[in-house]
Design a protein around this ligand. Structure first.
Ligand SMILES: C[S@@+](CC[C@H](N)C(=O)[O-])C[C@H]1O[C@@H](n2cnc3c(N)ncnc32)[C@H](O)[C@@H]1O
Length: 255
């Protein structure tokens, strides 16, 4: 096993990332952003974050835990920046380079290979709940941002006790834990919202579904596909039951 905390996560974020790249290449480039947003979901959520962070052309932007690069690819097209992607799974790093032409490095968010103050803005979507090392992750994001630089997060927060079965390898913070972690890392929260993960144009979901169908056609008998699907189903059930809430957070690094 490499650096993620469960084999199911390695299937979901590694193997399936490679399969996603393969399916997007087969179906066409217009599928890349919708299929490449793994967990950050909706265009509405990305727009909220890009507005809250006031991302402007020419800024140095980091996407930490970038997955296959869908959110960074969207941000590049929508806001005229060229985000740097950092992501621990090699298959996903390959995909973000190949599908979006973005600079991408293999790295955990809690050990970023960048100098202090390298970025004007950063976002980290669907990642805080994949590690126990949340304080270290937020501390690293603070370190690589310029003083006063904005940070955007999508975090799945536990707003009530979570009934099993839980997705393997995840550790969902409560809203209070999250507030304390952000303050402890030197961030001041400037805006929050509950993400509507269905807030995308209809063709977005159609394209994501088409890529999933193509992956299933090619790899549906592989147990890692079933494992990754089960992880998504478990998260979906917790959100549907109202015990897990996708939260958008904008914060600024202390000066
Ligand atoms: C739910 S996916 C979200 C991917 C992407 N941010 C998006 O919104 O489409 C979580 C991502 O976090 C990555 N990840 C897991 N643990 C991480 C860590 N400690 N540091 C950075 N990334 C991590 C996974 O490999 C996966 O690509």
């Amino acid at each position: 096993m490499s650096e993620l905390s469960s084999e199911a996560m390695e299937s979901e974020f590694g193997t399936v990332a490679g399969w996603t790249e393969e399916a997007v290449r087969a179906l066409g480039a217009e599928h890349a952003v919708p299929a490449g947003c793994r967990g950050s979901g909706s265009e509405g959520a990305l727009r909220w974050l890009a507005d809250a962070l006031a991302v402007r052309p020419g800024q140095r932007v980091l996407d930490s835990g970038a997955g296959v690069g869908g959110p960074a690819g969207w941000l590049a097209a929508a806001r005229g920046v060229r985000p740097v992607c950092a992501e621990p799974m090699g298959e996903a790093v390959h995909a973000s380079r190949a599908l979006f032409g973005l600079p991408s490095v293999v790295a955990l968010s809690q050990a970023l290979p960048f100098r202090d103050g390298s970025f004007d803005a950063a976002w980290c979507l669907g990642v805080v709940c994949t590690t126990e090392e949340k304080a270290e992750l937020l501390g690293e994001l603070r370190r690589v941002l310029v003083p006063g630089g904005p940070l955007g997060l999508l975090v799945f927060a536990a707003v009530a006790p979570l009934p099993p079965p839980l997705p393997e390898g995840n550790s969902f913070p409560t809203p209070d834990e999250l507030d304390a972690l952000l303050a402890g890392a030197g961030f001041t929260v400037t805006a929050t919202a509950t993400a509507d993960l269905s807030d995308s144009p209809p063709e977005w979901q159609e394209r994501a579904d088409a890529v999933d169908a193509e992956v299933e056609r090619r790899h549906g008998t592989d147990p890692r596909w079933a494992e990754a699907q089960e992880q998504s189903r478990r998260v979906g059930r917790l959100i549907g039951d109202g015990v897990l809430e996708p939260r958008l957070i904008a914060a600024v690094a202390s000066t």
